[in-house]
Design a protein around this ligand. Sequence first.
Ligand SMILES: [Zn+2]
Length: 263
Amino acid sequence: MPSIFSYQSAEVDWCESNFVRSAVIAEYYNTISNVSFFVLSPALLYLNRQYCQKKAVPLYFVSGLLLLVGVFSMYFHMTLSYVGQLLDELSILWTLAVAYSFWYPQAYFPKCIKTRRHFFWLTGITTVISTFMSFIKPTLNAYALNCIAFHLLYMTWKELKKCNDRRVHRMAAVMVMWWVLAITSWISDRWLCWLWQAINFPYFHSFWHVLIAMSLLYCCPLVIYFDVSYEMPSFKPKLEYWPSDSWPVVVPYVTLEEPHKQC
Ligand SMILES: [Zn+2]
């Protein structure tokens, strides 16, 4: 019986052909495209440093976990091992769980949950159960994880209805655009692999890595924006663009304005 650490012991194999460019890296482009997570994580911390100064723990945790997602995804695509697959999937699950427990707006808590502390327990227990369940049918995990995106989109839509800041709407639209491109790449790699192999271009899963990181680069500032408006009432969040407003392609980040105190 092959070891759970051995090469190609995972249940899934992506469209890219194995060991073509290297004898030690199974899927070369799927492995190196995870570099996007190594850029994403420090970029989020650097751009949103003002928020970090006031509320450090959530963003430190989430960006640290995103780095881990990049590391485990690299390990998985390099080895296609069973352990690699689970580490990759579980790190994504736990990153989402941590982000939800820190940032999920209190207004949307289930009725029986009164405080964020209780919500922490709820997400904690749900995530531990999901972690055990993920061993049952690992092939389904990736689909389940992608479904969480629909909940995030639904939450964004609900928040946007209450928000009339044009910048926030614009950034949400860009985020959705990146996500649509990302999920299209992911699905087409899974379902249309025969076609991509026929035209010798089986690289859509590596596009997925880059595109989903792009989408997160827009998603995180939006979440932070809503967190400041809900939970930090002494500040007013403002969405700024990096490098500057006039550039055609921009990355959003959040700054905090202190509203003028009235005497
Ligand atoms: Zn991947």
